[in-house]
Design a protein around this ligand. Structure first.
Ligand code: ZN
Length: 429
């Protein structure tokens, strides 16, 4: 069977591929885009002076602002006649981001998306029900093209429409489903409600685009009778979904380092953090023609996972996306991200998923962090002291600072359908 896996055989060989790609990208961006040329000139970078991967550090950053400023076709480095497609993402603020693709960009994306299906150990016999948004969004196009290139059967179901999804699961005997985690949960509940588990053939789910807790994933896995769930990363700026995938060892996400370089930087100092530590993910593409990215600040938080994966593959890994760097706060000189607190709490029994962090400064100038956590629905307050001690210890291990813990009644913290505010910094008042 055709393989879509990387062609290098060692990390040295990968570094050579990355250096060549970096040299090509900087030259291409310099020659192709007045915006990139001005940025590189201002940073004093001569494209011919990129001699090692360490020179990456000398390159200027690119941000969402650069994409907004160039609307509708920002950072374009090829003539429009070479552009064969555009995709857009809904910007959380202001104008949407529009990204152009050449035929090579589309082909590359298709190729490494096929790699995702190979990583998830599909075969050509698999039937892949694709329940993600189609149209101008990158999701549908990516999942579909990759599936066809891989050679499995694509069922382009699109999002929503539970009745139709149920019908397809049963009639087409789909073995793989691609959707968001919340869609997965809806499907799992519906399958249980209708008692359909024995009538469907699902084995795997590829899910992405939002955070999900361990508890939620367990409910989905059990509800649908899945063997594996694979988290898939992706953003429109960087082709779209499919820029990596968990393998069946489930020890982080392998990412396609022959197509882009990942740096994990301290969002305050913009210097690299040690492997394993959380920071902002910054990406540099190696082959992208229409809109190459040079040190693009994704604002997504993650960490490089050091060491070798249980699967033994020579493909580097990063952690799940742990939130946004804009949400970071500094407490006693330690960078803390709500996503870290989230991941600790979602793995602890006895507590609900809602929490609040309150930061205060005492009269003698000491910073105090209080984490409010809800005890589980139906539980009484008898075990609060023990529960608080466990939460405090687990948070201390992860954050390296010791917060105060307040256990509150279930459902007493505010919930909202939109983004819930969880961090209250009262230190400057
Ligand atoms: Zn692996």
């Amino acid at each position: 069977m055709t393989t879509f896996m990387p062609t290098y055989h060692s990390y040295d060989e990968l570094a050579d591929i990355q250096l060549k790609g970096l040299q090509w990208t900087v030259r291409h961006a310099y020659d192709g885009s007045p915006v990139y040329r001005a940025k590189l000139d201002e940073a004093g970078v001569n494209p011919d002076a990129i001699r090692s991967l360490d020179d990456l550090q000398s390159l200027p950053f690119t941000t969402a602002k650069d994409l907004a400023a160039g609307y509708p076709f920002p950072l374009l480095c090829v003539p429009m006649s070479k552009v064969v497609r555009l995709h857009a993402s809904s910007g959380t603020t202001g104008k949407r981001k529009v990204l152009c693709y050449t035929q090579k960009d589309v082909d590359d994306w298709t190729h490494f998306f096929a790699r995702c299906y190979e990583m998830a150990e599909l075969t050509r016999e698999d039937r892949v029900q694709i329940c993600v948004g189609y149209g101008v969004w990158t999701a549908g196009a990516g999942f579909q093209l990759g599936c066809e290139r891989f050679g499995a059967l694509a069922v382009p179901a699109g999002p929503g429409n539970l009745d139709m999804q149920m019908e397809f699961l049963q009639d087409f005997q789909s073995t793989v489903i691609c959707c968001t985690a919340s869609m997965g949960l809806l499907l799992a509940e519906e399958v249980q409600r209708r008692g359909m588990r024995d009538k469907i053939a699902l084995k795997k789910m590829i899910y992405g685009s939002e955070r999900s807790s361990d508890a939620m994933r367990t409910r989905i896995r059990e509800g649908l009778g899945l063997e594996h769930m694979f988290d898939i990363p992706g953003m429109t700026e960087l082709y779209g979904p499919g820029t990596g995938l968990e393998c069946s060892a489930h020890q982080g996400m392998h990412y396609w380092a022959d197509y882009y370089i990942v740096e994990i930087l301290d969002p305050e100092t913009l210097k690299p953090v040690p492997d394993g530590q959380v920071g902002e993910m910054v990406v540099t593409t190696l082959q992208k023609e229409a809109v190459p990215l040079i040190r693009y600040r994704t604002r997504d938080l993650s960490a490089v996972i050091p060491g070798e994966c249980g699967c033994g593959r020579l493909i580097p890994r990063h952690d799940r996306i742990l939130g946004r760097s804009d949400d970071m706060f500094i407490f006693r000189a330690v960078n803390i991200y709500p996503g870290q607190i989230d991941s600790v709490l979602s793995n602890l029994p006895g507590i609900a998923s809602e929490y609040q962090v309150v930061l205060q400064r005492s009269a003698d100038g000491k910073d105090i962090m209080t984490v409010r956590v809800e005890r589980n629905a139906g539980a009484d307050n008898g075990a609060d002291a023990r529960l608080a001690a466990t939460v405090r210890e687990e948070l201390r291990k992860k954050l390296l600072v010791t917060p105060d813990i307040e256990i509150v009644d279930y459902s007493s913290l505010p919930r909202s359908e939109r983004k819930t505010k969880r961090v209250f910094d009262n230190r400057d008042e």
